[in-house]
Design a protein around this ligand. Structure first.
Ligand SMILES: [Zn+2]
Length: 419
């Protein structure tokens, strides 16, 4: 690792909150019947899963290395912060990223992405699919198109296997996208839960109260040991009831020293303190490295003083929460991974009619007809990214189409796995 990690500062006891297996038994909608109490097999320690909250100043830049060595990044800092990201990736020995994710298109999250991917290319890219006009975002999408990177749109329910039993579950955004909020770009941030054995972490982007309120309709999906605090600790996120649903042991805040926004906000820090949650901040500690062995997390920081409160290994774990209910779509998919019958509310792009397509804003009759003609000539689209091969269809049009259409039954059901 690039940073001289200052020894393992503390480790904290895991909470067995991820033991409900995301399997066929996961119920769908409605209240679940009482389950017989069966002995839960103890999770055994496995190879490490590493999460690095990279010190990118004011912004977010996160590297995840799965137990089998798959590499994922979530955001890449602001303009000029690609250096910190690339240095971290190089120090980790990563020469190609399996999955690059942007939570939302604001500059402090994607400003460093294009240059990062130019140096360490990504095989797959996950985008929030929220229409946003900025030069940085447009250039990033052009780069992805030119480099032939497969682009997926994040929607609630999709589960991504990252190897070794670890997975990422997309909890937001969901259809219909949130509109008319204080910041629709923030509110439609990609929210992900990382699960590995009995350990879990929640990644929130810059999601705000409207996102949290929607997520709270299924609070059991939110429980996690570690919380990446939303929006750099701003006052617009991390409501008390959201924090009560997540029930983290540790919170990490990514923010720049003396940033002009006053992040993290004192009220957010007070809420975390009241809830008894330990806090690590990149402005104080530099890059934060969290490691899970599937039974517990340990944390290390690049600089600064140890956290005030020390949480020792062996601290009594929190009481186990109610069984976790998976979003409907994930449950459907997990039941039979070979059958993908529906993707959220979206229609199959491979059976879409000209009339259905031209109902999308920005797709007139000509583009709609061109897409259907291209499909008829070349066969079914294998991914939504392939729609870009249609003459006249660019990334912006595609994002509009991807809000309503998906490849429902792809030739290979490979979308769920990081290559
Ligand atoms: Zn931000």
């Amino acid at each position: 690792m690039q940073h001289a990690v200052k020894a393992l500062l503390f480790a904290f006891a895991f909470a067995a909150c991820a033991t409900a297996p995301p399997g066929p038994s996961a119920p769908g909608d409605g209240p679940s019947p009482p389950q017989p109490v069966a002995p839960t097999p103890a999770t055994e320690a496995g190879p490490p899963l590493v999460v690095q909250i990279v010190d990118v100043g004011q912004g977010d830049g996160i590297v995840i290395i799965s137990p089998t060595g798959k590499s994922i990044i979530i955001d890449a800092g602001d303009r000029g912060r690609d250096k910190a990201m690339v240095e971290q990736l190089v120090a980790d020995g990563i020469t190609a990223i399996d999955l690059a994710i942007i939570t939302h298109p604001h500059a402090d999250h994607i400003g460093g992405m294009q240059k990062t991917l130019a140096q360490v290319p990504a095989r797959t890219f996950l985008d929030p699919g929220f229409d946003y006009s900025s030069g940085i975002y447009a250039r990033l999408l052009e780069h992805l198109e030119a480099s032939g990177t497969k682009v997926l749109i994040a929607r609630r329910g999709r589960k991504i296997d990252i190897g070794g039993g670890a997975s990422l579950l997309i909890l937001a955004p969901d259809e219909p996208l949130l509109r008319g909020t204080r910041s629709d770009a923030n509110s439609n941030s990609v929210v992900l839960r990382l699960d590995y054995g009995a350990t879990s972490m929640l990644f929130t982007g810059d999601s705000e109260a409207p996102t949290e309120n929607r997520l709270l309709s299924d609070p059991d999906t939110l429980t996690a040991d570690v919380l990446k605090v939303a929006h750099h600790g701003s006052e617009h996120s991390t409501q008390d009831d959201f924090l009560a649903a997540v029930r983290p042991t540790l919170a990490v805040i990514s923010c720049g020293l003396d940033n002009k926004f006053g992040h993290p906000s004192p009220p957010t820090l007070e809420k975390l303190a009241r809830a008894g949650v330990d806090v690590l901040r990149t402005d104080e500690s530099g890059t934060i490295t969290l490691t899970s062995d599937a039974t517990r997390w340990s944390a290390a920081v690049a600089k600064g003083d140890p956290p005030r409160r020390r949480v020792e290994v062996g601290e009594a774990p929190r009481p186990p929460p109610a069984a976790r209910r998976l979003p409907r779509d994930a449950a459907t998919r997990d039941a039979d991974p070979t059958t993908v019958s529906a993707v959220g509310y979206r229609l199959d792009i491979n059976t879409a009619t000209v009339e259905q397509l031209q109902a999308v804003e920005g797709v007139g009759p000509a583009k709609a007809a061109a897409i259907v003609a291209y499909r008829d000539e070349h066969g079914p689209f294998r991914s939504m990214h392939d729609v870009l091969a249609t003459p006249g269809v660019g990334p912006k049009t595609l994002r509009g189409i991807a809000e309503r259409f998906a490849v429902v039954a792809p030739p290979e059901a490979a979308d769920e796995d990081v290559p």
